[in-house]
Each structure stands twice: as structure tokens, then as C-alpha cells.
Design a protein around this ligand. Structure first.
Ligand code: ADP
Length: 215
């Protein structure tokens, strides 16, 4: 969906006409502005799509009464995790801490998800977990990752149908960088990781919302 936060002069004029006279047809608005119906069509489409106006067949346009910030809030609340998630990086729980460090560098991620033999989510490892492990005297080539990971059932996760705003709240509450996006495993047991949603994904959503563009 498209959202115009700043309206152009003509759109402002249309809005004010519909506010005063609505419901009003496109034809009547065009007459008032001394423009053709065709010239107005894109502006009316934008105002309708952005939620400022509503259109009813055979009745015309009317003002929804919503302000730009109300529409923005509505839009933020509707964003689903699936629209902004990334590919997860998953390693087996039998991998060593050393292999996890190498994977983190190669894949350029800050968090790895750990799966068990059946491919179900078993744990999470962050950069700091690996740094902590490297401070000890153990040989990182021999310690399995499942010794140091944060394990189920202590993992906070989400589904792709969840709202992004809910995820943002969880990241703040739990003071973590991201959540695995999961789905119920085929056999009904456990969860499979299908994505990840991080602070970066949320920043991206934020930037896109602020981009005052009509596409
Ligand atoms: P870092 O510690 O590298 O800054 P985080 O803040 O994401 O990264 O991780 C903090 C701690 O929380 C780590 O011990 C990590 O294992 C754990 N953690 C990370 N993501 C989750 C999650 N989704 N659920 C539960 N624990 C997590």
C-alpha cells in the first residue's frame, strides 16, 4: 500500500472540497477545480489508497476523518514479520564453537540458530556467547556449540504472520538483537527455523515508512 505523508497542493485542495461537500463525485470535484476528470484521477487514487478518502460506487468520495499520523500508526500496526524477515543461518548442534565462529564470519550475521538432528530449533548463539566461550581455557575445536547455546524452551521466537511491532516490543523487553521466525515442524513436534527478524529488519521498515514517496 502507498502512504503519502505530505500531500501536494492539488491533493490538499481535493481533500478540503471533499471535507466540505462530500460525498461528492469525481466529476463534481473536477468541475470545482476546473480540471478534467482524467487529470484528477491519479490524485484521487492516491488519496483513497492512503486512506484519507473513501470511495463508494454511485455515491462518490467522502472524507475518512483520519489524519496523516493516524494513518501512519495504522500502517505500522499492520506490518507482518513475513514482509521484513531475512534468511536464517542455521547450524547443527554437533558443530563446534570454532565452526560457529567461522560460520558467523562467513555468513556475516550476529546470531546463529542451532538445530537438532531432526532439524528442529534447539538453540541460539550470539556474538557475545562466542566471545564468552573464547575467554575460557577450553579448546574451541572440541566444545560442541550446544554446551554454550541458549536453549529451548528459553528461546523467544515468532511466526511470519505475527506483527513486526510485537517483535520490536519483544526485542526491547528481552534485550536481544533478533528473533528466529519459525513454523511448526511437519510431524507436529518442535519448531523449524524459516527466517530471522533483527533490529536491522525493523530499521529497514522504519526507513521505508518514512520515505515520503508516491510509487
Ligand atoms: P549479543 O549478546 O551478541 O549482543 P543478543 O543481545 O542478541 O546478542 O544476545 C544476548 C543473549 O540472549 C545471548 O546469550 C543469546 O544467546 C540470547 N538470545 C539471543 N536471541 C535470543 C532469542 N531469540 N531468544 C532467547 N535468547 C536469545
Amino acid at each position: 500500500m502507498v502512504l503519502t505523508i505530505e500531500l501536494n497542493k492539488r491533493q490538499e485542495k481535493i481533500l478540503s472540497i471533499v471535507k466540505d461537500r462530500g460525498p461528492i463525485t469525481g466529476e463534481q470535484i473536477a468541475e470545482k477545480l476546473e480540471l478534467t476528470r482524467a487529470t484528477l484521477r491519479p490524485d484521487l487514487a492516491i488519496l483513497t489508497m492512503a486512506g484519507y478518502l473513501d470511495a463508494r460506487p454511485r455515491v462518490g468520495y467522502f472524507y475518512t476523518g483520519k489524519t496523516g499520523s493516524q494513518l501512519l500508526t495504522e500502517k505500522v500496526k499492520k506490518i507482518k514479520v513475513g514482509e521484513y524477515s531475512s534468511m536464517p543461518v542455521v547450524i547443527q548442534e554437533s558443530a563446534t564453537v570454532y565452526e560457529a565462529i567461522v560460520t558467523m564470519f562467513l555468513e556475516d550475521v550476529g546470531t546463529l540458530y542451532i538445530s537438532n538432528k531432526s532439524g528442529q530449533l534447539a538453540g541460539v548463539v550470539s556474538r557475545k556467547d562466542l566471545l564468552r566461550a573464547s575467554m575460557g581455557k577450553q579448546d574451541m575445536n572440541t566444545i560442541p556449540i550446544n554446551i554454550i547455546m541458549t536453549r529451548m524452551p528459553n528461546i523467544t521466537y515468532c511466526f511470519k504472520e505475527d506483527y513486526l511491532l510485537e517483535v520490536a516490543h519483544k526485542l526491547i523487553d528481552k534485550q536481544i538483537d533478533g528473533l528466529p521466525v519459525v513454523k511448526q515442524a511437519e510431524d507436529g513436534k518442535g519448531l523449524e527455523v524459516v527466517g530471522r527478524v533483527t533490529k536491522t529488519n525493523i530499521t529497514k521498515a522504519f526507513v521505508e515508512l518514512a520515505r515520503d514517496e508516491i510509487i
